[in-house]
Design a protein around this ligand. Sequence first.
Ligand SMILES: *[C@@H]1O[C@H](CO)[C@@H](O)[C@H](O)[C@H]1NC(C)=O
Ligand SMILES: *[C@@H]1O[C@H](CO)[C@@H](O)[C@H](O)[C@H]1NC(C)=O
Ligand SMILES: *[C@@H]1O[C@H](CO)[C@@H](O)[C@H](O)[C@H]1NC(C)=O
Ligand SMILES: *[C@@H]1O[C@H](CO)[C@@H](O)[C@H](O)[C@H]1NC(C)=O
Ligand SMILES: *[C@@H]1O[C@H](CO)[C@@H](O)[C@H](O)[C@H]1NC(C)=O
Length: 474
Amino acid sequence: MQGSQVWQFSIVLSLAVLVTPGPHYDNRTRTNETAILLSRPCTLMEFVHTAQCFQTQFRLLCKGGITGEWIKGFQEHITELSVLEWPGACFNVARLQEHFPELRHLALVNCSHLTYFKGHFGPTSRIEKLSFHGLTSLWELPGEVIAQMPKLREMDLRHNVLRHMKAKLLRSPPRLQKVYLGGNKWDCSDGGLDWLAMERDDGTVKRLIADYRDLMCHQQLYRGKPLHRVMDIIRSVRQTCPPPCACAMTHVVSDRAGNIIPLITVNCSSQGLEAPPASLPPSTTTLRLEANKINTIRTILQNHQYKKLADLYLDNNSIPSVKELEGSEWFSTFRVLSLRGNLLRQIPVYAFDKAFQSNNNIMQVHLGHNPWRCDCHFIPRFQALLLKYKRVIHDLKDIRCSKSDDKETSLVQISTMSLGSVCTSTKVRVPLSTINVVNLVLCALILLVLGRFLYDWHLFKTTGKLPWISSILP
Ligand SMILES: *[C@@H]1O[C@H](CO)[C@@H](O)[C@H](O)[C@H]1NC(C)=O
Ligand SMILES: *[C@@H]1O[C@H](CO)[C@@H](O)[C@H](O)[C@H]1NC(C)=O
Ligand SMILES: *[C@@H]1O[C@H](CO)[C@@H](O)[C@H](O)[C@H]1NC(C)=O
Ligand SMILES: *[C@@H]1O[C@H](CO)[C@@H](O)[C@H](O)[C@H]1NC(C)=O
Ligand SMILES: *[C@@H]1O[C@H](CO)[C@@H](O)[C@H](O)[C@H]1NC(C)=O
């Protein structure tokens, strides 16, 4: 007993220091105050000396803790308990049930430090209603705390900062009929409420939530959006997501009418696919098909479900040609196209030039790590395209000639290579075409005529003899 009194005395002392802000009360002591609260044992006894309790018949209201007289033995005549401004980070519910076995209604109000519960309510609990309000540090009420409460009928959790909720919280208590969840900070974006999204509208859990239609999402992506609408969207995306891909909402926009439009990314990377999925969730904007076995983009361009697609990632596939892009509608509206690591040897340069000029959405095109054909026929036009649109083509330094025995071109960066290295050396090797033969003949004739003229002129100058041709002209 002596020991525990000393312990309690030291608590009182430290509290006195904490609640009497002096000139030394700065950031550091504030941080340490929290540290002290967290390191306290969690017994319900911690604040007996600072607490105040008031009883009216079977009701008890305690503020700043619970006084010692109420945490002795069994308080069987108390059926309603309100705990205001509990100063600790932890609240021991198992102990509470022990000392107040007949409780029907428990309220915890304005406990701004409370972050977790110790123990849980057991099967002997007679509590029918729980009211938690103003718990400004509690992000989640774990299902285990209330799961075994046989009599719990109503739970009012309004005006806290709850973000997450597991299915267990609402499914476990057998008699639960009504739950209020408004005024919290629900995080609809992190998958923590996906189970709720997948519930049918007439599902038992959704019907328990009395204010379901008034709930709002509060974090990140969905901040300020009605929770029930977001849940509908999550469900629809889940149901339309093509296996084996993963679908995620990356942005949410609202149109003029206030409808929520989700922007969805479908990730089918590294799934060994030989063809893109046949269908996509409505309003899919990004499709990732990296590291698959796709060998044509025709199916993508022909599928009308892909029309709204803005960003298409096809890295590390086996696509040998993209000539289908020419004239396709998608090519004049897309935003990102990544074809890195495919088998492209050339592209329809003119079609790319035309699309790049007319497409105002275009942001990024990636063409690196393909076995580009480096000859005088393709390179001058391709290089001109790369330089003209270097703002859009993001991986110029990876766009290189294919590996070959020709040291002058093998793996050389195309945007900076000198055209001489492809256009002179290759010309010699190219067999003579008809037009070149004609050119050579004409050239020889010109030289012949010129030579004859010079010879005649020289002869005239030295001997005065006119050339033979002038003797037969009239
Ligand atoms: C420390 O106090 C200053 C004002 O005195 C405040 O702006 C700052 O956020 C505090 N820092 C921490 C970590 O609480
Ligand atoms: C809290 O107090 C301890 C000494 O009790 C001190 O060593 C520590 O630096 C303090 N923490 C902060 C954040 O000031
Ligand atoms: C809890 O705090 C809020 C705001 O600080 C106040 O309006 C309300 O009256 C408090 N509730 C109780 C029961 O003290
Ligand atoms: C797409 O899925 C693959 C495989 O499941 C994963 O490794 C990758 O990180 C995902 N990519 C994105 C952008 O989420
Ligand atoms: C493509 O393959 C290369 C080389 O194997 C690898 O470094 C790169 O990370 C891959 N890219 C994607 C998007 O899978």
